[in-house]
Design a binder for this molecule. Structure first.
Ligand code: SIN
Length: 307
């Protein structure tokens, strides 16, 4: 049987499938019926220093090929996360990636330092790309990215990922994150989108725009992961955006992702998401490919010949 575990010097993953931050919450409801051993990791909802109620309703909407959300980082805040959430997270049979956001680099430092001695926090992911809290965590200048990452790096020795948006200066942002001490990049977040009610002429979402997720953004995410793999041949990448099927995940690996994040997919069909790793394994076995690592970046090497 093919190997589907993903090895990294700072920690390994049982499979290449990661629950992306957001739709799975903290995973508890899913853990009642689904086996977390079929996942490589769970990424938590993003935690901020203080609790947040998120954006006003309505904040979730259908869109062609997916959905638009404007949740706005609703979360219980650091203290409740440590006291109520982490003890339960520790029981999940998978790697835990804790997603963090702050209004300033100092807030990131505070969060990272507070979690440094907590068992059960396996990796950190800085969310610098939420499309729903304008002017706050959307770090779109390399200097800002570097400032956030430096603070996290000096406060924590945990392996550190940085989640970046789909943007034309992605490589510059990635370079800034990696130079400041990130161990890898998560690409991409939901893409800003808008829908308007034709009966009223007003935006459907209370906040106007939101983040488009789902199959509609798969080609965008693939292009960004491909671009990042070209720029950073040895960097650890989580490719996320629009993956709902095993063949989407395989495309993401071929584009250059080491791990594949699933967000909208887990909202649409959690059981199908948990079955992805077994389907990838079967796909590899049918083709005599011995290790999922052989797929990573295949599109950069000219793919393979079909007999
Ligand atoms: C949200 O809370 O608005 C979604 C999280 C994200 O897109 O980073």
């Amino acid at each position: 049987m093919a190997r589907i575990d993903v090895r990294h010097a700072k920690g390994s993953f049982r499979t290449p499938i990661v629950l992306a931050s957001g739709p799975a919450g903290f995973g508890f409801e899913l853990a009642e019926t689904l086996d977390f051993r079929s996942l490589g990791a769970l990424t938590t909802k993003t935690i901020t220093p203080e609790p947040r109620a998120g954006n006003p309703q309505p904040r979730l909407l259908d869109a062609p090929g997916g959905a638009i959300n404007s949740i706005g980082l609703e979360n219980p805040g650091l203290d409740a996360f440590r006291g109520n959430v982490l003890p339960r997270l520790r029981e999940l049979a998978t790697v835990r990636i804790v997603s963090l956001a702050g209004r300033t680099p100092d807030e990131i430092s505070h969060l990272a330092a507070a979690l440094e001695t907590e068992p059960g926090v396996d990796w950190l992911e800085l969310n610098l790309s939420c499309p729903n809290v304008r002017g706050e965590t959307m770090a779109d200048r390399p200097n800002d990215v570097a400032a956030y990452v430096r603070e996290a790096r000096s406060a924590s020795r945990r392996p550190l990922l940085v989640k970046l948006p789909s943007c034309d200066n992605l490589v510059a942002l990635g370079e800034a994150a990696l130079s400041a001490g990130a161990d890898g990049l998560t690409l991409i977040n939901a893409v800003r989108g808008l829908r308007i009610c034709v009966d009223t002429g007003r935006a459907f979402l209370a906040r106007g725009t939101g983040g488009l997720c789902g199959p509609a953004i798969l080609p965008i995410a693939l292009a960004r992961v491909f671009e990042a793999r070209q720029a950073f041949p040895d960097t650890f990448l989580i490719g996320t955006g629009g993956v709902t099927r095993a063949r989407d995940a395989i495309e993401m690996l071929c584009a250059g992702a080491n791990l594949v994040g699933v967000g909208f997919g887990v909202m649409a069909d959690p059981a199908a998401t948990f079955a992805l790793a077994a389907e990838i394994e079967q796909w590899l076995d049918e083709r005599g490919i011995g290790d999922v690592a052989d797929l990573v970046g295949a599109a950069h090497r000219g793919g393979w010949s079909v007999s």
